[in-house]
Ligand binder design. Structure first.
Ligand SMILES: NC(=O)c1ccc[n+]([C@@H]2O[C@H](COP(=O)([O-])OP(=O)(O)OC[C@H]3O[C@@H](n4cnc5c(N)ncnc54)[C@H](O)[C@@H]3O)[C@@H](O)[C@H]2O)c1
Length: 275
């Protein structure tokens, strides 16, 4: 019997770079997987790709992690079709240039608009909301369906939660909130055997950070990308598959007494001071 047989997993942001790989991994461990995304076409495309690989226990739902009604409709559809929800991966999230400030530090000659003082509040709020409320609201809606039999929630944190990265002010604050919320919710739901943990990925090349890590040729490291690699003791970016061991462990019964933890999957980035 596979580790996650008879479990139903909901993955938000499933059509994204990291969560599509995590979804495949949950399927291979035997779970039925709900591919939930704002971009339903993307989720359907992924469903077709999985079907070609013989992974057919999927359903897609159009879900906006910032809209309760959309999440409740998704939950009702899942319960009507599969009768239960055991696992929630809060994968939708990420950075956006609107919540980013171009200057790493404020020095003599830095233009105000390139610094903290020029941060666009609407952009800041967008990134903060997507990453924090976009995990809180799905947890409220989907964990209700776990109250009878227990379950497991995985939030996606970041290196930026504990070591705020320059430029990404809104993202860093939101991911710090995710770590705190992970611990808070783990305590709140522990009596109902609902475990809440997080994975903190290191650096993976995805659509949201490609412009920060690689030059336009898609190969040469930017100065920022070089800094990341030199501060990563394993001297490489992560491969999305690197996340799956921690994910499958945390959502399986092997982690039945593990709750409230944030596991870095970062090639040693957090352990290394850089000196
Ligand atoms: N890429 C990295 O190096 C890295 C590092 C640390 C953490 N993370 C985190 O991992 C998670 C996934 O990142 P990714 O790079 O794979 O993202 P991605 O941009 O490839 O995918 C994000 C997905 O979320 C969906 N989405 C966006 N807004 C939504 C909404 N309101 N409701 C529902 N779905 C929505 C998008 O349609 C997309 O399919 C994010 O939380 C990100 O912050 C990424």
């Amino acid at each position: 019997m596979k580790r996650l047989e008879n479990k139903v997993a909901v993955v938000t942001g499933a059509a994204g770079v990291l969560c599509s790989v995590m979804s495949e991994s949950l399927l291979r461990e035997g779970a039925k997987v709900v591919l939930a995304d704002l971009n339903e076409d993307g989720a359907k495309g992924l469903q077709n790709m999985f079907a070609e690989k013989g992974l057919t226990e999927t359903m897609t739902v159009a879900a906006n992690v910032l809209e309760r009604a959309s999440l409740e409709a998704a939950r009702d559809k899942i319960l009507a079709q599969w009768g239960r929800i055991d696992i929630l991966v809060n994968g939708a999230g990420g950075n956006h240039p609107k919540g980013t400030c171009p200057a790493e530090q404020f020095t003599e000659g830095t233009k105000l608009e390139d610094s903290f003082f020029g941060l666009d509040l609407a952009g800041f709020e967008f990134v903060n909301k997507l990453n924090f409320i976009g995990s809180l609201l799905p947890s409220q809606v989907f964990c209700q369906a776990m109250l009878k039999h227990g379950g497991s929630v995985i939030n996606i944190s970041s290196m930026s939660a504990t070591q705020p990265l320059t430029k990404v002010a809104a993202y860093s604050a939101a991911k710090a909130a995710i770590d705190n919320f992970t611990r808070w919710l783990s305590v709140h739901l522990a009596p109902m055997n609902i475990r809440v943990n997080a994975i903190a990925p290191g650096f993976f090349i995805t659509n949201q950070n490609r412009f920060l890590m690689l030059e336009q040729d898609g190969k040469t490291l930017t100065p920022r990308g070089q800094k990341v690699i030199s501060k990563t003791p394993m001297h490489r970016f992560g491969d999305p598959k690197d996340l799956c061991g921690a994910l499958n462990y945390l959502v399986s019964d092997e982690a039945s007494f593990v709750t409230g933890v944030v596991i870095p999957v970062d090639g040693g980035f957090l352990a290394y001071s850089g000196v």
